[in-house]
Design a protein around this ligand. Structure first.
Ligand code: NAD
Ligand code: MG
Length: 298
């Protein structure tokens, strides 16, 4: 019998402590090549119709947290447009197959969201293919660990802000004229917004920006009946980490410092996004939902 996300159990032992071997992938990294493999709910996420008939655009939907969100949204009854980079096609095709197995439509839309014109085409293509848009998940992100600020190149700083902040702005701006009252926007923040690692200053700064953008936009869009929230994950096992997201030697103990004693799996993030996307969270806007393995957030 396959366990699902509703089964009562001890969260410390729900997943094993990772003990990942040292490994490295070129950016953006592939879930396919992650050791050990991550859980995105492929075998376990059970939908109950919470997003029936919704039309969602999810960025970074090929792998990691975005993949778990795309699978969960589809199993809850949503059609999903997927944004990812062209070199991630093998990961994306697995997600497309899983969405279709759930009986929903998957619209793969590869391209680079550092490009403003592409962001506009992405939103237009998603809305056209899905017949509209009700849910937007700005989840794509870039994280490259560099020990000393003197060694952070202007290109890295620029690309990190383009991917994490500008793209969120461009995609959200393009989506707004298409979003009806009842729509929900969800941005992926991070515990790094509050508790920055010394080697992730550029990345952590983008996440603080995402939190403030989320709160301000929630206030602005309340009068249109559109809700805006963020999810702040702690250490989650995804291809972001072994593709220069962490120093290689830190990977074997990744996540063990969190109060629950282990890294999180992408599957453990999906219910937070489903909640914020669904009508169950009708009175929740401007919030940040922390999924940090027990690390407190302000
Ligand atoms: P991931 O590598 O699986 O997902 C990131 C995705 O971003 C990639 O799959 C890629 O499709 C997309 N992306 C990056 N640059 C892009 C570009 N230029 N154009 C188009 N797409 C691009 O890793 P993840 O950990 O699931 O990351 C998802 C989000 O979660 C990110 O915003 C990340 O900052 C955030 N986050 C992750 C962790 C963690 O520990 N893994 C913790 C906190 C926050
Ligand atoms: Mg990916």
């Amino acid at each position: 019998m396959t366990r699902d996300q509703y089964e009562f159990q001890d969260p410390r032992t729900q997943y094993p402590v990772l003990k990942a071997p040292e490994q490295s992938q070129p950016e953006p990294g592939l879930d396919r090549d992650l050791v050990p493999q991550a859980d995105h709910g492929e075998q376990s996420y059970r939908g109950t119709g919470r997003l029936q008939g919704r039309r969602a655009l999810v960025t970074g939907a090929d792998s990691g947290i975005g993949r778990a969100v795309a699978i969960a949204f589809a199993r809850e009854g949503a059609d999903v447009a997927l944004s990812y980079l062209p070199e991630e096609e093998p990961d994306a095709q697995e997600v497309v197959a899983l969405i279709e197995q759930a009986g929903r439509r998957a619209i793969p839309l590869p391209g680079d969201i550092k490009d403003e014109a592409f962001c506009e085409r992405l939103v237009a293509a998603a809305a056209e293919a899905l017949g509209g848009l009700d849910l937007l998940v700005n989840n794509a992100g870039k994280q490259v660990h560099v020990e000393r600020l003197e060694d952070v190149t202007s290109e890295q700083f620029d690309h990190t802000f383009k991917t994490n902040v500008y793209a969120m702005f461009w995609i959200t701006r393009a989506a707004l004229p298409r979003l009806p009252a009842g729509a929900s926007i969800i941005n992926t923040s991070s515990i790094q917004a509050y508790d920055p690692s010394p080697g992730l200053i550029d990345y952590a700064s983008t996440k603080a920006t995402i939190n403030t953008f989320t709160k301000g936009l929630a206030l602005q869009l309340a009068e249109r009946g559109i809700r805006v929230n963020a999810v702040a994950p702690g250490p989650i096992w995804t291809p972001l980490q072994p593709s220069d997201g962490q120093p290689i030697e830190k990977l074997p103990s990744f996540g063990e410092q969190s109060p629950l004693g282990r890294a999180g799996q992408p599957a453990e993030l999906a219910p937070a996004y489903v909640y914020l996307a669904s009508q169950e969270s009708s009175y929740v806007s401007g919030a940040t939902l922390s999924v940090t393995g027990g690390s407190p957030t302000p």
